[in-house]
Structure formats: C-alpha cells, structure tokens
Design a protein around this ligand. Structure first.
Ligand code: AMP
Ligand code: GLY
Length: 423
C-alpha cells in the first residue's frame, strides 16, 4: 500500500517508524515531515490544512491510506475531503473533530450520554461568568471554548485568578477561541490518558500513558506540549481502563453515532482518576505528542494493522498483541522553551545512537542543512525506549540523551518519577 502521513513532529516520526516496519507498506510519504523522518520516508512540502491540496496530492501519488497526525487538518475538514475523493483515511470528520475543537460540544455529548465529567456552564459575557465564579468559589477551572493550542485553560486555585482569566479570555487573549467561555468544577485525582481506535461503531484500546506537562523537574514551571511520557499508566489499572471504556468511551461513541456524526479515528481521552473512578477531563481527536511515541514503541508494526482496521471500519474482533513491557520518552527541547528560543543550533551524536525495536530517537523539530542536523523548533528530539520494566526503559532513554551532544538543548531528568516512586 501507498501511505501518506500528515504532520511533522515526533508523533509523526513514531507513526512513520511503526508503519515502515509493516510489510504491507510499499511506499510512505510524510508531509511535511522533518529531518529524522526524511531518513526513513519521502517528505513532501504540502499545506496539510488545505483539504483540496491534500486530496489532489494523495490522488496524484496514488495514495491508498492517509493517517492524519495533528488536530488542525482534522478541524479543517481534510478527512472529509479525502473520504469524498474515495481515499481511505484515519481521522474524524470536521463535525466529529468538534470533540476536541469545542469544549461545550463535548460537554453536551457527555451530558446526553451520561459520561462522568466535571459539572460545567457556558458563558458568552464576562458579567455572568464572573457571577458564576463568585457563586461557586475556588478552586475552579476557566476554559476558552475553542481550539487555543492547549493554552486556553486556567485552573484557578483562588477566585481572583478565575476572574482575571475571564477578563483575559473575553478580552481576546485567545482570539475567537475565547468568544465563549466554559467554567468547570475543579476535579481532584491523578491524570492519565487512554488512547482508543474507533471505527464509528466499535472501539479498541491501544494503550494508556501519562505525560509531564510542566517544563521543570518536580512538575513545576510553565505548561508545555509535554516534556516526556510513559506507558502504561499505572493508575489506569485493567479495572479502571475497563470502566473508562464502558462508562466514558462507549457511550460517547454511541451518542456520536446516534447524532449522525460517527467517530472514526483515534480518540484520546484525558482522564482524572480518584478512588478507582475515571472521569473525563477532555477529548483530543488524535494521538498525543509525545504519548504517541511510547505507544508506537510498544505496539511496533501491528500499529499499522490496527489503524488500517479502524479506517476500514472492521475493528470488531481485532485484538492488540500486548507484551508485558514499558516504554518511556524523554523530550529534548531548545533552551528557553516554552518561551522564546533560538533555532539553528547543531545537534551532534545522533549517528551513534542505537536504532532498534527497543530504542529510537524520534525527531520533532529538526531540519537538515549541509549534512548537519539542526534544531528547528521548541521540542526537538524524543529519546524513546522500551524495557521489561519502566526503570529499564528509563535507563535506555537517558543513555540516549547522554550520548547526544547539544549544548543549546535541555530535558527533564525526572520523567516517570511518580510511577517509579509507586513501585
Ligand atoms: P484541557 O486542555 O482541557 O486538557 O486542560 C488542561 C489541563 O488542565 C488538564 O490536563 C488538567 O490538568 C487541567 N484541568 C482541565 N480541566 C480540569 C478540571 N475540570 N479539573 C481539574 N483540572 C482540570
Ligand atoms: N501531550 C499532550 C497532547 O498531545 O495534547
């Protein structure tokens, strides 16, 4: 098969790496890709948010199957356009992608389907929103309704910060994403993520993970896209995962189908778990980045068969071949990230790194110039490893980190600390 992956981060490098190992893959193109992806697949310059351009490109290249990595092309209707053109695609329609693009849409689905989640209310003016906050008190959570690149959420531990967040959002800090604001009950517990393939009707868990969103060790400092992740997530025990599938994912997928917007693609459920009870924090309509890297490391070549089965709507009866293993990924980022950072610094030591089904350094923001690999983004590399225990996976991942020579970069040294402390 000829396969096209849309995206150019560590998530897409991991997807490409897994897909390339499957004998069903004859040709792989990644658009736009990055310097690491370019070593294993063809990279193409393409505006991946332009549905017409993507469909035209896929037809010209005789692509049989498209895997969409990030949310922006999904929200822009790229999956719809490909389906209209008769091309198989993994990714929800724009209408179904509202599970990520609109927080109030998701909350309405949850209410209709009886999915356990935080109590909520939606506001289109600051006065009413503030009155609600004053009535409820802190802690409380204030969210811009639309897509705000993961930044439109303020978990306010006191009333003053909640009121300030409301002013910021209605003041245009998040553009049109903040035209409506959702205010939620603050949920306590431990967060973990569940990744599920959906074919419109059937669902299949493809793994659990936990990430580290804060830039600093001990989970301190500003939020990032994720500084590292590990799989499985100990808090998502078999029993908690079963409950999440039955009480959260199943009713959501049924409700979407009932409304005539069947969900096909990857559903990423952010969960809050307390006393064995999972509640939904949010949905994303794609794999997480860097969570995808640890999932692909554990699934290997079968990841392609699972994604293909979901796209072809034949997930019923499909099983994942699980090994009793653990994976960890450590993000190397440019100094300054998530604030301002420099691009263009050279990264050394990559040539000598091991590449196997146990260890891979996935590229995120890299570029190649004059035969040198240089940093081209905030999150730049993902040292990813697998082992019989999380401790073993961590040793392998940090051994790769230590073999990389990049003075302009940094990473957290404590990825997985919570899980490792617990056993
Ligand atoms: P979201 O973009 O909705 O995932 O929110 C970002 C982060 O804010 C989540 O990963 C949680 O850590 C936190 N968060 C969001 N909603 C809530 C909530 N209702 N209660 C507690 N924490 C929340
Ligand atoms: N790592 C979080 C995300 O991909 O949204």
């Amino acid at each position: 098969m000829n396969i096209l992956i849309l995206g150019g981060g560590g998530r897409e490098h991991a997807l490409a790496w897994a897909v390339m190992q499957n004998p069903k893959c004859d040709k792989l193109i990644v658009a736009p890709g990055n310097a690491g992806i370019a070593r294993i697949a063809e990279c193409a310059a393409l505006d991946i948010n332009d549905a017409g351009a993507v469909a035209e490109f896929a037809q010209a290249q005789a692509i049989d199957f498209v895997i969409i990595g990030p949310e922006a092309p999904l929200a822009a209707g790229v999956a719809d356009r490909l389906r209209e053109a008769g091309i198989l695609v993994l990714g929800p329609s724009a209408a179904a992608a509202r599970l990520e693009a609109s927080k109030s849409f998701t909350k309405q689905i949850c209410d209709a389907a009886g999915v356990p989640t935080a109590a909520w209310a939606r506001f289109s003016d600051a006065q009413a929103a503030k009155a609600h906050v004053r009535a409820r008190g802190a802690p409380i959570v204030v969210k811009a309704d639309g897509l705000a690149a993961g930044k439109g959420v303020v978990v306010a531990m006191d009333e003053a910060s909640a009121l300030a967040a409301i002013d910021d959002m209605f003041g245009g800090a998040f553009g049109s994403a903040g035209a409506e604001v959702v205010i939620e009950e603050f949920m306590e517990g431990e967060e973990a993520s569940l990744f599920v393939l959906c074919d419109g009707r059937d669902i299949l868990s493809v793994g659990t993970a936990q990430d580290h969103k804060r830039v600093g060790e001990g989970d301190t400092g500003p939020n990032t896209g994720g500084m590292g992740a590990y799989s499985p997530a100990p808090v998502l025990s078999q029993e908690v995962e079963r409950r999440a599938m039955e009480e959260i994912i199943r009713p959501t997928i049924d409700e979407m189908a009932r409304r005539g917007i069947p969900y096909t693609g990857v559903l990423y459920a952010g969960l809050m778990i307390r006393d064995g009870q999972p509640r939904l924090v949010e949905y994303n309509v794609r794999f997480g980045d860097p969570e995808c890297q640890v999932l692909m490391m554990r699934l290997g070549a079968q990841a392609f068969d699972l994604m293909h089965a979901a796209a072809e709507r034949r997930l019923a009866g499909v099983r994942v071949n699980w090994a009793d293993d653990h994976a960890m990924t450590v993000v190397l980022a440019a100094k300054g990230y998530p604030g301002a950072y420099e691009k263009g610094s050279e990264i050394g030591g990559l040539e000598g790194l091991p590449e196997s089904s146990f260890e891979m350094c996935f590229h995120a923001g890299t570029a190649e110039g004059d035969g040198r690999i240089v940093a081209a983004g905030g999150r730049v590399l993902n040292a990813t490893a697998r082992g019989a225990s999380l401790r073993e996976a961590r040793e392998r991942a940090y051994a790769m980190v230590d073999a990389i020579h990049w003075p302009e970069g940094f990473c957290r040294r404590d990825i997985g600390w919570r899980a490792l402390q617990g056993g």
